[in-house]
Design a protein around this ligand. Sequence first.
Ligand SMILES: Cc1cc2nc3c(=O)[nH]c(=O)nc-3n(C[C@H](O)[C@H](O)[C@H](O)COP(=O)(O)OP(=O)(O)OC[C@H]3O[C@@H](n4cnc5c(N)ncnc54)[C@H](O)[C@@H]3O)c2cc1C
Length: 234
Amino acid sequence: MPVEIKVKIKEIIRRTYNVKSFRLETPGILEFKAGQFLSVKLKGNEQLKRYLSISSSPTETCYLEFTKKLTESDFSKTLDSLTAGDEIEVQYPFGKFVLDESFPKIAFLSGGIGITPIRSICKYAVDKNLGSDLVLLYANRSVRDVVFKEDFDAMVKSYFRLKVAHVLCETEPGFKCTVGRINAGVIKNEIPDYAHRKFYLCGPPLMVEAMKKILTEELAVTAEMVVTENFQGY
Ligand SMILES: Cc1cc2nc3c(=O)[nH]c(=O)nc-3n(C[C@H](O)[C@H](O)[C@H](O)COP(=O)(O)OP(=O)(O)OC[C@H]3O[C@@H](n4cnc5c(N)ncnc54)[C@H](O)[C@@H]3O)c2cc1C
């Protein structure tokens, strides 16, 4: 059963020029699974309520974190005006975008802010040393849009079963990436054993739909092997 509670913001971390993480004081026992989401209500106002994935892992027990791409909306502006010590209302946990630990090989396809639940899942797998073989294909416009770059760099160093491949719209000197978009060719190239993997897709609905189509129609991946999370609202 989801719980609804008031919690204080503990810390705010800038991730990119338009993305910030908000760490909340731990609300007692952290009953959620990596990849699930919460609702955030600001100023007690139903209009200022959004669903946001939990970007921290249940293994990070000192805080509960969500990460928001800040837009021109009233919600974004109000959130961005908050500081440590301010109180917000959260309700959690929701969602079924959680790791199938029984499946040994997993691939994540993500774009932009769609990385948030995947960061939670990967961090959980690394901290628990689950043994799952993980590949992430992460698409962004440019390197300045890549969220959690340092986190993933550190995870790759400490967990040899995690590979991260970046896909950018433009080249970036000194940054290893594929230039273009995630398509069947890029998937085959970066994930040669794709036929043996369970896929997790997260991002804006149009992107998720396009990725699913490539997997099922061009690469003959069965629909049961594709788990999706749509960030409605983008
Ligand atoms: C399960 C789930 C998980 C999600 N997880 C995340 C997450 O981890 N991180 C995340 O960032 N999002 C996440 N989302 C999406 C999130 O819920 C919001 O829909 C999204 O962040 C957009 O909200 P917003 O308030 O920024 O913009 P909205 O109010 O929804 O507005 C949409 C667009 O209109 C523009 N706009 C709105 N009002 C104005 C205005 N007054 N003037 C000018 N332009 C305006 C905004 O700039 C924005 O681009 C998730 C959604 C779901 C369903």
